[in-house]
Design a protein around this ligand. Structure first.
Ligand code: COI
Length: 353
């Protein structure tokens, strides 16, 4: 792929790596590429980061034909930069786009675009512990027309932001509220895709949870509101009686890259792993009986996020005395060890830039 480069006059001042937060500072450049019916993908370019023009009748602004991905570039101790399983993000975007009737980007093209923008922005990949360059590829319809239909033109873009921990809590446990009224996904819907609409529909639950002092919402299945599915920005796993439980990928749950990696590692470590439906009542009971030993979220942004409290209706349970669990800590150390190049990458998951 040929990528045109447009240099900016002046580079931005880089933020203090010790106070990055999440998604607050955008880098100097962005990647763009256009798709038109008949022409396919064309005009790949890296240009100065800045606003883009959109027609007020743009399909995306009305009908949300939009998908996105989340991935990170890590600075190793030797100064080199690496990505983590980028082809999994590329494949997931293909699956999201199929569901939303959007054009697909071949895996190689997606990865090449990601590598190109990260190479351009290499000075923005932070080196402080626990920091990385968060990469946000996204695609949206650009056609202007108010009829609901598959659009005939799209844009694919990648923006980057140096980040620290997603949650203020960092690796400390978070409080999670189980949502018993609103739902996130149903079979046949878009739950398995990474589309903006899924997140827009989740904000009300998130706002209500925050008002009550919780960090995130745990979504139950959309039909019976009985089985645990996922948390707002991450998949979730439970250690009960020494075994690991997480919701299966069957159409409503996001197939997380971190989820898949953690399940691989846990199986390798000899844990019994169940990708199965788990009823919230059984989970709360296990918590009260002291059998729920650990709970943790997994996600690119959140990495491993221990859950210290689960609240469901008028019931609440503290998990592992609101402390990070042994397995959660071990997983965090090992996974981030691979990502930051401190552990041997025996799975071949990292890709050097
Ligand atoms: C990620 O973990 O990369 C995500 O996309 C979650 C996000 C919505 C912050």
């Amino acid at each position: 792929m040929e990528i045109r480069f447009e240099k900016r006059e002046q580079l931005k001042e880089k933020p203090d790596q010790k106070h990055l937060g999440f998604g607050k500072f955008m880098t100097d450049y962005m990647f763009l590429m256009d798709w038109d019916a008949g022409q396919g993908w064309h005009d790949a370019r890296i240009v100065p980061y800045g606003p883009i023009q959109m027609d007020p009748a743009c399909v995306t602004l009305h009908y949300a034909q939009e998908t996105f991905e989340g991935m990170k570039a890590y600075r190793r101790a030797d100064g080199k930069i690496q990505l983590f399983r980028p082809e999994m993000n590329a494949k997931r975007m293909i699956n999201s786009n199929k569901r939303l009737c959007m054009p697909e980007i071949p895996v190689e093209m997606f990865v090449e675009a990601v590598k190109a923008i990260v190479k351009t922005e290499q000075d923005w990949v932070p080196s402080e512990p626990e920091t990385s360059l968060y990469i946000r590829p996204f695609m949206f319809a650009t056609e202007s027309a108010l009829g609901v239909h598959m659009a005939t033109s799209y844009k694919f873009m990648i923006i980057c932001t140096p980040v620290g921990a997603y949650y203020e809590e960092g690796i400390n446990p978070v409080r999670i509220l189980v949502e018993d009224e609103l739902v996130r996904a149903v079979q046949g819907g878009t739950g398995f895709t990474k589309c903006g609409g899924n997140y827009a529909a989740s904000i009300l639950g998130q706002v209500r949870a925050e008002e009550k002092g919780f960090t995130q919402v745990l979504w139950l299945d959309g039909v019976e509101r009985k089985y645990v599915e996922e948390v707002g920005t991450m998949n979730i796993m439970f250690k009960i009686d020494g075994e690991i439980y997480t919701a299966p990928i069957e159409g409503t749950v996001l197939p997380g890259v971190t989820r898949d990696s953690i399940l691989h590692i846990l199986r390798d470590w000899g844990y019994q792993v169940h990708e199965t439906k788990l009823a919230i009542e059984d989970l709360m009971q296990a918590a009260h009986e002291g059998r729920l030993e650990e709970a943790f979220g997994t996600g690119t942004a959140a990495v491993i996020s221990p859950v210290g409290e689960l609240a469901f209706k008028d019931d609440a349970a503290t998990i592992n005395q609101f402390k990070i669990g042994e397995v959660s800590q071990k997983l965090y150390n090992y996974l981030t060890g691979i990502q930051w190049g401190k552990e041997e990458d025996k799975y071949g998951w990292t890709v050097e830039i």
